[in-house]
Design a protein around this ligand. Structure first.
Ligand SMILES: Cc1cc2nc3c(=O)[nH]c(=O)nc-3n(C[C@H](O)[C@H](O)[C@H](O)COP(=O)(O)OP(=O)(O)OC[C@H]3O[C@@H](n4cnc5c(N)ncnc54)[C@H](O)[C@@H]3O)c2cc1C
Length: 125
């Protein structure tokens, strides 16, 4: 039954778990409270926070924590074989190209896939 689920269980998924926990606390809802015990006005307070909360970002994590770099060789300057159109015989792969993705394996996959292509075609040349 949905009403037996805790507030944390019920709401996690719509937003990131850590953000859900913070907003629930701000709305005065304990994470372990079953949904059926939460007064409607508190649920409205939670939804209002979800819709209207404005955050002022003061800083990001330091460079030492960076996981991917943006910028690099323009992909319009390489062939599907990963060979440079500008400098024939040079093959690129991975982060040296101007390709970056969100965290979640996309950058590693790009490095492996483009590395395979570049190596394969360089060996054929
Ligand atoms: C802490 C951290 C966590 C990450 N987590 C994830 C993740 O969870 N998922 C994801 O998808 N991506 C993640 N990434 C990004 C991902 O690891 C990179 O996008 C990917 O490894 C890039 O591969 P690459 O081969 O292009 O470059 P690199 O892996 O950086 O390889 C370049 C290599 O070239 C060598 N090199 C540099 N200069 C020279 C030189 N002059 N001569 C010879 N060799 C040289 C370097 O030593 C290095 O071994 C993470 C990155 C970091 C730093």
């Amino acid at each position: 039954l949905q009403g037996d689920r805790t507030a944390e269980e019920f709401f996690t998924g719509m937003l990131h778990k850590k953000l859900t926990a913070t907003l629930l606390k701000m709305a005065g809802i304990r994470l372990a409270t079953p949904m059926k015990e939460i007064p409607e006005e508190k649920i409205h307070a939670y939804y209002n926070l979800c819709r209207n909360l404005k955050l002022h970002i003061t800083e990001s994590n330091p460079y030492e924590n960076a996981q991917v770099s943006a910028g690099g060789v323009d992909v319009r300057e390489i062939k599907p074989t990963m060979e440079s159109k500008i400098c024939p015989g040079v093959y690129f792969a991975g982060e040296i190209l101007d390709v970056d993705g969100r965290c979640g394996g996309y950058n590693l996959q790009w490095a492996w896939s483009s590395g395979y292509l570049a190596g394969y075609h360089a060996a054929l040349a």
